[in-house]
Design a protein around this ligand. Structure first.
Ligand code: GAL
Length: 661
């Protein structure tokens, strides 16, 4: 199927926001199914995900099939106009598989098995696992591919396993042979001249297992790439099976974990019809809304359009140290935040809170308190509101003026244990830069460093330690064609093999930013700051010498770096050699954005308020507990209440308006 003929989210939504969640009816007697359906209908649930963890129920013994219960459920859903996102059950193999084929169990760096008794205990590299997974997928797809309740296929669940075992080692070698061709090329890319690591036979090459001291960084980097690729192979194999059996345009997805380190989601998104994500901000975290915004911006950018919020929690999760419920209104607020940022599906883990098993204290849309409980009552209210705005919202997409560059390979390469400061955490730096823009009410997309960036007014690079030549060329072309670029420290240090670039930072980038020499990196301790004539720097500082034309916008003050550039500007290219404390970063980026012509979504918005454009609609969200009045030029209608809004609107605690001009 060619890419443009592929089904998409619109084929599943058909103009309605999908609302529902993971439904695990195998945990309940059949009477409860009927009660569930009544409650679902009352709450406006139009989509359930079935079968995510049903392998043992579908295949109780090797090769046996028990589909009767699922037949009844599919029919029940269809009779009640509830669409089914049908999952392949391959993320949690039944105990018999591990017993019959111990090689399907993944091994850690020390060679220890991950046993059944939990979940996700499968090796992506195991031929037996892949064979059994394909067989159950084949039969499931053949049986339900034409069922009228089916709206989407959901492959596996949160692919995230690693394996250092023997079968993985064999596949790793084959993957490396395809990549490098010869051992000489591998030895060169991995820099094996260091510490006597030269390989003379492919059989000597292993995944980076437990070692006495620091592991080879290029080997570790390739292993991370390999892991992402093997999981993707598993996904693609199942995706192709379900596609083969599915006559009508039924899209295929798999759910990402938010900003998860193990999966190159840019690459994965290309293989999905629908990009979906699971999102669980901590209700107690004052910056939970920003975490949500980041993940939503990233998911929308991967989808290049509407996307699916596959899982969120209606109340507490059960995997933090202390698990807080959502205060009244927060579930609605965060759900509408996702819709504002492009979600056409608002779904949960899970429909009914379990009474047994490891997640019995994790919330569901129907909590232990049942129908009368606040959680269900709020879910029901939300369902009605989503149904009310669906027609105006679904399918619309907004791209923004600012792109934040992000790349998994660079993250992997920059995280090696032998780096200069373990205080520098890629995800935290990325989050800090996104937060500065978010707090300045500047809307952002994410992009891969090799994407076409020319439509953006401003491109920011919080940190891209390793860049390919193509990515560097892309940045140069972007600035040459009129774009404004701001780069943070530790960018352009290494090539794609994690080989340090000449001079410690790519010469073309040094020229772009006006850096004559990078003498030394000066990482900072946890509580240490670097004084400048503008702000306090944190985490990192650098001894760099500016070249002729570049202007030192902010200089270090005192200490070893006195007078040297903390912020350096060369025309439209900016370089920030430390992490300014949060307020300063916000002011710096807001100023540069204004010069570049990127405007806030609304002017004069107070903190805790967020404004997001989606198509013609303007969403305004109050993340605070105090009422706030906001100026909104013009006249609008609030789609949630039908009220007319002239020039200003007051939002109560966790309030939201969805404004149509
Ligand atoms: C997700 C997972 C769900 C459930 C949920 C709990 O990672 O996909 O099955 O475990 O977390 O928050």
């Amino acid at each position: 199927m060619s890419a443009d003929k592929r089904p998409g989210l619109a084929d599943a939504t058909r103009g309605r926001i999908l609302f529902g969640g993971d439904y695990n009816p195998e945990q309940w007697p059949e009477e409860t199914w009927h009660e569930d359906v009544r409650l679902m209908r009352d709450a406006g649930v139009n989509s359930v995900t079935l079968g995510v963890f049903s392998w043992a129920k579908l295949e109780p013994r090797p090769g046996e099939r028990e589909f009767g219960w699922l037949d009844r459920l599919m029919d029940l859903m269809y009779e009640n106009s509830i669409g089914v996102v049908l999952a392949t059950p391959t993320s949690s193999p039944p105990p018999w598989l591990g017993r019959l084929h111990p090689e399907t169990l993944p091994r850690d760096e020390d060679g220890r098995s991950e046993w059944w008794g939990g979940r996700q205990h499968f090796s992506h590299s195991s031929a037996a696992y892949r064979r059994y997974a394909a067989a159950i997928t084949e039969d499931l797809a053949a049986r339900y591919g034409g069922h009228p309740a089916l709206t989407m296929w959901h492959i596996n669940n949160e692919y995230c396993t690693y394996d250092w075992g023997d079968e993985a080692a064999a596949r790793f070698r084959r993957w490396l042979q395809t990549k490098y061709g010869t051992l000489d090329a591998l030895n060169s890319a991995w820099g094996t001249a260091f510490w006597s690591q030269g390989y003379g036979d492919w059989e000597e090459v292993l995944p980076p297992r437990h070692a006495h001291y620091l592991k080879n960084p290029a080997q570790v980097l390739d292993f991370k790439r390999f892991t992402s690729d093997m999981l993707l192979e598993c996904y693609v194999a199942e995706r192709d099976i379900v596609r083969r059996h599915t006559p009508s345009p039924i899209p295929v997805t798999t759910n990402f974990m938010p900003l998860w380190v193990g999966q190159d989601a840019w690459r994965w998104a290309e293989e999905e019809d629908v990009v979906s994500v699971d999102l669980y901000p901590d209700p107690r975290d004052p910056l939970g809304a920003q975490h949500g915004a980041l993940v939503q911006d990233m998911t929308r950018s991967q989808a290049r359009g509407p996307w699916m919020l596959m899982e969120q929690a209606a109340g507490p999760v059960n995997w933090r140290g202390v698990n807080h419920p959502k205060p009244r209104g927060l579930n609605r607020l965060w759900s509408l935040q996702a819709v504002a940022r492009g979600a056409d599906a608002v779904c949960y883990f899970q429909w009914r809170q379990s009474r047994q098993g490891a997640e019995k204290f994790h919330s569901g849309m129907v909590s232990h308190a049942g129908e009368e409980g606040r959680t269900y009552q709020e879910v029901k209210q939300l369902g009605a509101e989503l149904a009310g705005i669906s027609g105006e919202v679904t399918g619309s997409h907004t791209s923004n003026d600012i792109a934040i560059l992000h790349d998994w390979h660079s993250w992997w390469a920059g995280s090696h244990e032998g780096r200069l400061s373990t205080q520098v955490d890629y995800a935290e730096v990325l989050t800090t830069w996104h937060r500065a823009l978010w707090q300045a009410h500047l809307a952002t997309d994410f992009a891969h460093p090799e994407h076409d960036l020319t439509a953006y007014k401003l491109v920011v690079v919080p940190q891209l330690y390793a860049l390919t030549d193509a990515a560097i060329d892309n940045l140069l072309v972007y600035v040459r064609s009129g774009g404004t670029l701001v780069c943070g420290f530790l960018t352009g240090i290494a090539d794609e093999d994690d080989r340090v670039r000449p001079g410690g930072m790519d010469p073309r980038l040094r020229e772009l930013f006006g850096i004559r020499t990078l003498h030394e990196w000066w990482p900072l301790d946890a509580e240490e700051t670097a004084e400048t004539d503008g702000f306090c720097g944190t985490l990192w500082s650098e001894e760099i010498e500016a070249a002729g034309d570049a202007s030192v916008e902010v200089a270090y003050k005192g200490g070893e770096l006195d007078g040297l550039p903390a912020v350096l500007r060369n025309g439209r290219a900016w370089y920030v050699s430390t992490l300014p404390e949060p307020h300063a970063l916000r002011v710096l980026l807001a100023g540069i954005a204004a010069d570049a012509g990127a405007r806030p979504v609304l002017d004069g918005l107070p903190d805790r308020l967020e404004a997001v454009r989606r198509g013609d609609l303007l969403f305004v969200l109050n993340h605070g507990r105090e009422s706030v009045t906001v100026q909104v030029p013009g006249t609008h209608r609030d789609l949630l209440t039908g009220a007319t809004v002239r020039a200003e609107v007051t939002l109560g605690r966790y309030g939201v308006v969805v404004l149509r001009p």
